[in-house]
Design a protein around this ligand. Structure first.
Ligand code: ZN
Length: 350
């Protein structure tokens, strides 16, 4: 049995924990019905119990390398203290890493606890075992309620000066655009996230033009991006326009990233990435028009996953040409990216 680490995904609603070998083989995955709303101490109790249970079960056979915890917030990497935690009441400025290590009796034999932003660990997960397996330099954009991001260079998360690199969701793409929670206006997550899709739909409904959207909004208890996507695939003009607009804005954001970073691969993850066929054509169009780097390095046929979920291995295809190509492709690991990436940060930190 090989050495292993534990990855924790501390989401806004529940807690998932996995034991993963150093080679990326999943040993065991548990989802705890932990109510994050019950508070910090309750979450830490259950998390530490589960880490101890899992590490105990496998440590006869392999060395426990540590635990990585992906959290929704900004972390001071030096101290392991969360500086911003909008969806985790009580975690801000609380010495989470020190407390979790104390309860687990770590550090011990180089095993320790690492706290890391959830979007950064998801990026590392896709790089290690997902769409960008074997690609050393890449970025992930996670399109959900907002936009999360992570940059991986040489197989490691690029943190920037103090862990804040990768805030793609707060890049300005409309100078006088919608106000954002961060204090800026026109941030990309106001235009290329699940919430943005719903807002655009509500705007279309308010204009009195989009009957089909209005009908869907009144009949569905939870009117969300999925319902609007379903309308788009049925050919509804208003829904299609929303995804085209989404693709355009995502393309504007990506064009800037590609020009600046010139990475091998950009992986699009998060719930909205499953609407790939609805927004990707417009996104690629925008990339070709706006990014000289993309235009010079694009594949002739943009990659896309087919409905069976099978995909060309993008890295292999990119290497096969005489020149290396810029790949923009959907994520493949779904929410497990964060779990694998969290397990991986524990190993890289050792
Ligand atoms: Zn913002």
């Amino acid at each position: 049995m090989p050495d292993f680490s534990i990855g924790v995904d501390l989401g806004g609603t529940n807690l998932r924990i996995a034991a993963v070998t150093g080679q990326g083989e999943l040993l065991e995955k548990v989802t705890l019905g932990t109510k994050v709303a019950l508070g910090r101490d309750h979450v830490i109790d259950e998390m530490c119990d589960a880490i101890q249970r899992l590490s105990g079960r496998y440590k006869e056979a392999g060395k426990f390398l540590g635990a990585g915890i992906g959290v929704p917030g900004l972390i001071d990497l030096r101290t392991g203290v969360m500086r911003k935690a909008a969806n985790l009441p009580g975690w801000e400025n609380y010495p989470a890493r020190a407390e979790i290590e104390r309860r687990l009796g770590l550090p011990q034999n180089d095993a320790r606890v690492v706290l890391e932003n959830d979007a950064r660990v998801a990026a590392l997960g896709e790089q290690w075992l997902g769409a960008a397996r074997g690609v050393a330099n890449m970025a992930v954009l996670t399109l959900g309620t907002g936009i999360g991001g992570g940059i991986v260079l040489g197989g490691k998360i690029w943190h920037g000066m103090n862990g804040m690199a990768g805030e793609f969701g707060h890049v300005t793409i409309e100078p006088e655009g919608h106000p954002c929670g961060c204090g800026n206006r026109g941030c990309s997550e106001q235009y290329a996230s699940a919430s943005a899709i719903v807002r655009m739909a509500r705007e279309a409904i308010a204009s009195g033009q989009a009957q089909s959207l209005a009908q869907a909004a009144s009949s569905e208890a939870e009117f969300g991006a999925k319902a609007i996507y379903n309308l788009a695939t049925e050919g509804d003009e208003h829904a299609r326009r929303i995804f085209a607009s989404f693709g355009r804005y995502l393309g504007i954001l990506l064009a800037g990233l590609i020009n600046v970073l010139n990475l091998e691969m950009y992986v699009i993850g998060g719930g909205v990435s499953s609407a790939w066929d609805a927004f990707a054509p417009r996104m690629f169009e925008e990339l070709r028009e706006r990014s000289l780097v993309y235009a010079a390095t694009a594949l002739t046929v943009p990659l896309r996953s087919d409905s069976s979920g099978k995909k060309d291995p993008p890295a292999a295809e990119a290497e096969s040409g005489s020149e290396r190509k810029t790949i923009v492709t959907p994520a493949v690991l779904g929410s497990d990216a964060g779990l694998y990436g969290a397990a991986r940060v524990a190993v890289l930190a050792g």
